[in-house]
Design a protein around this ligand. Structure first.
Ligand SMILES: [Zn+2]
Length: 239
């Protein structure tokens, strides 16, 4: 349906899309960054309505799509794109879209799943994520190259075992997925691991981030990110 996604222009190279009519719990950020030789799309939302037609790229320019982890609100539309990268750790589950990994089942009976129907007769109970086998698997230290900028892959488990993030060491731009963001952090899902999350937060304290674009919530600078990480460490006894 038209207008399922909202769109904000972040700067001349960056657009953020999200799904204002889905429950806040699964309303994730979708980042489109224009590079010289290729564009980057970080995460793909719920997949309730097609995302690919909303992403404009010049003809012939590749769109590199990276899923930061396999949770439902980040991989729903991944199958729509031909170039699909994601964490090596959960690669097999991107084939099956196993609901034990995506948590799609949690959406089936979520009260107020959507505030506007995407189509007449649409039901959250029918929600299903299509298989999206990865065409490239990513792990710690790998590079995603847009020609004029390169992102290093960081493996930052805790929220989920497979959480990865993309960091441009040249200018401090950071796509953090759900490893860290400026909103309530979730560390109590069945596959969350608090000890891993504490290690990831300690690592983030030393990362020279200039601007971070997270999987949820507003963007943050390095100072704010360190505040979020320190608050988590304080709350969990990690300091
Ligand atoms: Zn998540």
């Amino acid at each position: 349906m038209p207008d399922w996604f909202s769109r904000s222009i972040v700067d001349d190279k960056t657009t953020m899309l999200t799904e204002p009519f889905v429950h806040a719990y699964v309303r994730a950020n979708i980042w489109h960054l224009r590079g010289r030789d290729a564009d980057l799309l970080v995460d793909t939302g719920m997949g309730i309505c097609p995302l690919a037609p909303e992403i404009e790229t010049p003809q012939g320019k590749p769109l590199l799509v990276v899923a930061t982890h396999i949770h439902l609100d980040h991989v729903g539309s991944l199958h729509e794109f031909p170039w699909r990268a994601g964490p090596r750790m959960s690669a097999e589950q991107f084939v099956s879209m196993d609901e034990a990994a995506t948590y799609a089942y949690m959406f089936h009976d979520l009260e107020g799943a959507v505030s506007k129907l995407p189509a007449p007769g649409w039901k959250a109970a029918d929600y299903k994520i299509p298989s999206a086998p990865l065409t490239r698997t990513l792990d710690e230290g790998d590079i995603v190259d847009l020609g004029d900028r390169q992102f290093r892959v960081l493996h930052l488990p805790g929220h989920s075992p497979d959480s990865i993030a993309l960091f441009d060491e040249a200018d401090g731009l950071f796509f953090s997925g759900d490893a860290i963001y400026d909103d309530t952090l979730i560390d109590d899902l069945p596959d969350s691991d608090r000890a891993s999350y504490i290690s990831s937060m300690r690592r983030l304290l030393d990362l020279p981030v200039r601007i971070g674009h997270g999987g949820h919530g507003p963007s943050f600078d390095g100072k704010r990110m360190r505040e979020i990480a320190a608050a988590y460490l304080g709350r969990t006894g990690g300091i």
